[in-house]
Design a protein around this ligand. Structure first.
Ligand code: GLN
Length: 242
């Protein structure tokens, strides 16, 4: 199996590292020709306006949109989720527009309002999943056919639609590879999920900022390298500054 990680901007290396740790070949993708021969694609977190502009400039929107419509598995994290959504009211760039969701960008506030919290994601089995939210979006509306995998304060933050998977947080910044494993199972057709259940079409009630559950200055031991990981080199500077 060969997975591409869109490498225009954002937390690219972290996804490649996690896939490699799972024994899966992962390559950076910048050109449409590099989509050939892939079994799946990850669109990382970063800055959706930047990644979206580069997607257009590199002529990648149409090829990825076409793949998505053909059932090709794509996993979008944070900005990647934004770019998969059909509707993003406050985004000035074109999205791939593959998932029937409406997304609000920066729904929890600015960079300083970024937080970590434990999430319950039944599809990943028992045990909480540590969610790292960096200027994260939320899913305001999910149409029929979109399975909600996880909610935070009533708002969907992880969804699946066919072989399209998206989450508002950063699983690649933890040492918990279950979300990536779930995606690989989706690619391999070995994911256990019920097609009918828990699909929802709803508008969450509470859009107010959510504060971390832990005490300030109490870093999670499960974060391998912390939020600054997205700042290293040029790739994630926007994630940290805006
Ligand atoms: N707020 C960013 C955006 O809308 C996403 C941040 C992230 O990917 N961590 O693009």
């Amino acid at each position: 199996m060969k997975i591409g990680v869109l490498a225009l901007q954002g937390a690219v290396a972290e996804h490649i590292e996690m896939l490699s740790a799972l024994g899966t070949e992962a390559i950076p993708v910048r050109l449409s020709s590099e989509l050939d021969g892939l079994d799946a694609l990850i669109i990382p977190g970063g800055e959706s306006t930047t990644i979206g502009k580069l997607l257009s400039d590199y002529g990648l929107i149409e090829p990825i949109r076409k793949l998505a419509s053909q059932g090709f598995p794509i996993f979008g994290t944070c900005a990647g989720l934004v770019l998969l959504a059909r509707k993003v009211p406050n985004l000035q760039v074109e999205t791939i527009s593959a998932m029937d969701i409406e997304v609000e960008r920066n729904a929890f506030g600015r960079q300083v309002d970024s937080f970590e919290t434990d999430l319950q994601i039944p599809a990943l089995g028992d045990g909480n999943f540590h969610g790292v939210f960096i200027r994260a979006p939320i899913i305001e509306k999910a149409e029929r056919g979109v399975e909600i995998l996880c909610k935070l304060n009533g708002n969907p933050v992880a969804v699946r639609q066919g072989k399209l998977l998206a989450c508002a947080f950063h699983p690649e910044l933890t040492d918990d590879s279950r979300f990536h494993k779930y995606f690989l199972d989706l690619v391999n057709n070995t994911t256990r999920h019920s097609e009918g259940a828990p699909i929802a079409s709803e508008r969450p009630k509470n859009l107010s900022p959510i504060k971390p559950h832990k005490e300030p200055g109490d870093p999670s031991p499960r974060i391998t390298s912390g939020l600054r990981m997205t700042c290293k080199g040029h790739s994630g500077e926007d994630v940290c500054k805006k």
